[in-house]
Design a protein around this ligand. Structure first.
Ligand SMILES: Nc1ncnc2c1ncn2[C@@H]1O[C@H](COP(=O)(O)OP(=O)(O)OP(=O)(O)O)[C@@H](O)[C@H]1O
Length: 240
């Protein structure tokens, strides 16, 4: 579904090179230490950053030169950018039409998305009248109405308390199955990957150092950077 080949990008002294493939309907987690390049990889896939070289294919189509709006991709970030003066339903409707010219069919699509994220009773509220978790569900609903097959999540729930965070991950998992979405989830937290990602790629210093089924990868002992990240590294020489 998603094929990233030899994709290179540079920020000052860090050169990043990514190779990755994700099959349709799968959830892949990108785990790794801060500054490893997780968000950069997501931004390259979404088209917010331009690679120096390499290729991104989505559903067999080369999207490397396409603008973000032309890509069959939708993104959800920790900063959900809801418009404070618009209601919940209007914020979701923006995913269908930035000018909010919504006919009956579009309004029904918005209503259904709000049902899916369990916000039906709150559609007339303003973002300030919602909890953080509810605001993230509005942002998720807005992503859903765009009906893009690839959903990119960049730590969207990390500011939520643990129970709410896991609830949101479960919701994403359910939506993935119901709508046949392909999901790439960036996280610092191995628990997030264990919760919903069948496969995980570990990124550090601009490279994918390991990938595989999530449980295998997280219980493995290689590479050393992964052990450090997980905190399972034995203290080495110098402490005896
Ligand atoms: N706009 C920028 N200009 C220069 N360097 C940047 C910029 N954005 C990111 N970087 C650098 O690129 C590297 C990768 O950053 P990136 O945000 O992709 O990492 P990350 O793994 O998502 O980190 P985090 O988990 O902290 O969000 C870091 O060294 C970062 O300092």
């Amino acid at each position: 579904m998603l094929e990233v080949s030899d994709l290179t990008f540079r920020y000052e002294d860090l050169t990043m090179v990514f190779d990755l493939s994700v099959v349709r309907g799968e959830c892949l987690a990108l785990l790794g230490p801060s500054g490893g390049g997780k968000s950069t990889l997501l931004n390259l896939i979404a088209g917010f950053e331009k690679p120096l070289s390499g290729r991104i294919m989505i559903d067999g189509r080369d999207v490397t030169a396409l603008s973000p709006a032309e890509r069959p991709v939708t993104s959800l970030f920790q900063e959900h950018n809801l418009f404070a003066h618009l209601s919940v339903a209007q914020n979701v409707g923006l995913g269908l039409d930035p000018g909010l010219r919504l006919g009956p069919a579009e309004r029904e699509t918005v209503r259904q998305a709000l049902v899916r994220v369990e916000l039906t009773d709150l559609e007339h509220r303003l973002p300030a009248q919602l909890s953080g978790g509810q605001r993230q569900r509005v942002a998720l609903a807005r992503s859903l109405v765009r009906r893009r097959p690839l959903l990119l999540l960049d730590e969207p729930f990390s500011a939520l308390d643990p129970g709410l965070r896991l609830g949101m991950l479960d919701l994403v998992d359910r939506l993935r199955r119901e709508q046949g979405l392909t999901v790439v989830l960036v996280s610092h937290n191995p628990q997030d990957a264990l919760r919903i990602a069948a496969r995980t790629a570990f990124l550090s210093e601009g490279r994918i150092l390991a990938q595989g089924p999530t449980e295998n990868l997280l219980s493995g002992t290689e590479p050393a950077a992964l052990r450090m990240f997980l905190g399972t590294s034995q203290s080495g020489s110098g402490d005896g």
